[in-house]
Ligand binder design. Structure first.
Ligand code: UFG
Length: 350
């Protein structure tokens, strides 16, 4: 399709994991994804479906230029820091990029008259609080972030909600549970440097590509003692963003919506599924709990179905592991994260 006739959407952080998958989903729905990214953690090779504007979120002038140059009609805002462990040692940096960066983006959008936003929030806004591990999380659940990372996502949500009321911005905050898997094409996938996430580390260990996995704690009040998480395929997550952009909402509306499956999987279950898919067990040991890890985070996804008409399509654990494994066997970029020095850095910040 002619680029000029497409509706352009600015995707901040579009060179990152979820951003790149969402850019692909936007392209498939006829939008032009314009990626705005400083490439501090994203990959140029992940930007395949539209132009890349190299810039920093805190540079309001650069944002303004990108919004005008492409006649942007809406923004999907992913750019930010994501490592929970690192946020406990560098909280000021997380507030600067995740909150001050969002202030800068909102100001640029207001200046250019762009009034539609989808924001990348997180299940980390909830924390464990007083909740029992069996309880699925509805959006109204108490917010007690266990990490500065979660606190910055909640603060950014509050800020966006206030801007909606004050200036007529329309926004949807999607609270992701555990994004995982990779696009079935094998062209894009998960690549964090350093890598701290369970699935890529378990696969690397099983392939003999990394060191043995450490399971962070086996003494939680959960059925098998390891943490429960709600693993959602990144392609399903990408589809939720397109739905959030399309949904008919009045001016000034703000919606916060969980994006998960409603199914909790334990770390041990994930490790077993990886062993089965690879055909050899995941070498692992049991270690201490990791700071900032709540025992259980499982979504109640009712609202996503009601408001967005969205349900997961490819988030069975088997499908997630199969797609992640295809990518890890042949990553198109980011193979450097297997570098032992980077792995040591990951361990230090975990
Ligand atoms: N885990 C291990 N060993 C590892 C890595 C992870 O046992 O080497 C465990 C963790 O303790 C946790 C589970 O695997 O129980 C999943 O951990 P990840 O690091 O893969 O993901 P998190 O649940 O910590 O983080 C995800 C997102 C964050 C988000 C958070 C909400 O990546 O952005 O969910 O808590 F904030």
């Amino acid at each position: 399709m002619d680029r000029k006739s497409q509706t352009a959407v600015l995707v901040t952080g579009g060179a990152g994991y979820i951003g790149a998958h969402t850019a692909k989903a936007l392209h498939e729905r006829g939008f032009l994804p314009v990626v705005f990214d400083n490439l501090s953690s994203g990959f140029r090779e992940a930007v395949r479906w539209g132009p890349l504007v190299h810039g920093d979120l805190r540079d309001r002038a650069a944002l303004g230029e990108a919004l005008s140059a492409y006649d942007i009609k809406a923004v999907i805002h992913f750019a930010g820091l994501i490592e929970v462990g690192r946020s406990t040692v560098q909280p000021d940096l997380f507030w600067d990029i995740n909150v001050a960066g969002t202030i800068s983006l909102l100001a640029a959008m207001r200046e250019k008259g762009v009034d539609r936003l989808v924001f990348s929030s997180s299940a980390a806004v909830y924390g464990q609080g007083q909740r029992s591990v069996q309880e699925a999380l509805a959006e109204e659940a108490d917010k007690a972030p266990d990490s500065p990372y979660g606190a910055t996502k909640l603060a950014a949500e509050w800020l966006i909600a206030a801007q909606c009321k004050a200036y007529g911005l329309t926004a949807v905050a999607l609270r992701y549970f555990n994004a995982s898997g990779a696009d079935p094409s094998g062209l894009i996938g998960e690549a964090h440097e350093p890598e701290t996430h369970l699935l890529p580390l378990a696969i690397a260990a099983a392939l003999g590509d990394g060191k043995p996995l450490t399971i962070f704690g086996q003494d939680f009040q959960t059925p098998d003692g390891t943490c429960l998480r709600d693993y959602i395929h990144v392609s399903d997550l990408a589809a939720a963003h397109v739905a959030a952009l399309d949904v008919d909402l009045p001016a000034g509306a703000f919606e916060a919506i969980n994006v998960g499956t409603g199914e909790g999987r334990s770390v041990s279950q994930v490790v077993a599924a990886v062993g089965k898919a690879v055909g050899s067990p995941v070498p692992h040991s049991i270690g201490d709990r990791r700071a900032g890890d709540p025992p259980s985070l499982v979504a109640d996804p009712t609202r996503a179905r009601q408001v967005l008409g969205w349900t997961p399509r490819c988030s069975s654990l088997e499908q997630i592991v199969e797609d992640a494994l295809r990518w890890e066997r042949n990553p198109r970029y980011g193979a450097g994260r297997r570098d032992p020095a980077k792995r040591a850095k990951a361990d230090a910040s975990a």
